[in-house]
Design a protein around this ligand. Structure first.
Ligand SMILES: [Zn+2]
Length: 258
């Protein structure tokens, strides 16, 4: 058998729907009052190795890798076994998980919220990664056709509610890709650190971004009714506010919000 240090962790080559798994494992950890590790499903491991459990010396980061050959319905069972299995100790920056490392210790609520949002949006739940070392605040990675989101990367933030905001925003992009790819991404503009102020404004005020900010505002209202409108600018933006009203009404029609 290969040593865990020789296993190459490739995330995102397999499309997995983790909606039910995230719900179950989040609930389980909360009920059992244990910290929920970071799970990586759909990883190619040797056939006879269903999972590997990794923990940093300071125990802040715990990652469990689940073999791609585990059926979706069996993920929870293997995850629970993996949690009580002997862990391989990695260095305090996450070792081979450095790019995915966080010192956040408990993923239960992130996973439960991801599952809820995906249920609202009727989309498969991609792999959710919270990372301290992410170069960007949050982004959805998609297959070439753009319609399937394989994983979502969220930069660890000082407040968990800000992370929920990013989670809802990025999952809304996954919804746009699945159902309205042409509409939202035909003329999608990007920007980088060298872009001008006007280019940044154009980026944030394009339909895909307005819709994603508006949706995340609606989701946050159900978590904390007093949560402020989170916009790319420091003030409310008319387009985001009016899109949020439309989305809220659609969610109410579906019986999701009151
Ligand atoms: Zn966005």
């Amino acid at each position: 058998m290969k040593k865990p240090s020789q296993i190459k962790i490739v995330i995102g080559d397999t499309i997995v729907n983790l909606r039910q798994f995230y719900q179950k494992i989040g609930n389980y950890c909360i009920e059992e009052k244990i910290n929920c590790p970071n799970f990586f499903a759909g990883v190619s491991l040797p056939e006879d190795l269903p999972y590997v459990n990794f923990v940093t010396e300071d125990e802040k980061y715990n990652a469990i890798v689940l073999n791609t050959n585990i059926k979706r319905a069996d993920l929870f069972e293997y995850a629970v076994k993996a949690m009580s299995s002997e862990a391989y100790v990695i260095d305090n920056n996450g070792g081979m998980f450095e790019a995915f490392y966080n010192d956040f210790t408990d993923m239960a609520e992130i996973y439960r919220n991801a599952s809820t949002i995906c249920e609202w949006l009727r989309i498969p739940c991609p792999q959710i990664i919270v990372s301290k070392n992410a170069p960007l605040n949050g982004c959805a990675y998609n297959t070439e056709s753009g319609d399937k989101t394989v994983w979502i990367h969220i930069k660890q933030k000082e407040s968990i509610k800000k992370m929920y905001c990013t989670l809802a925003h990025e999952l809304r992009h996954a919804w746009q890709h699945k159902y309205y790819n042409e509409k939202y991404f035909k003329d999608y503009k990007m920007f980088d650190k060298d872009s001008s102020h006007d280019e940044k404004v154009a980026y944030y005020l394009q339909p895909a971004e307005i819709d994603a900010y508006a949706f995340s505002f609606c989701f946050m209202k159900t978590i904390d009714p007093n949560y402020p409108l989170f916009t790319p600018f420091d003030e409310p933006v008319d387009q985001i506010c009016s899109r949020a009203k439309e989305i809220w009404n659609e969610l109410a029609t579906l019986g999701i919000v009151k």
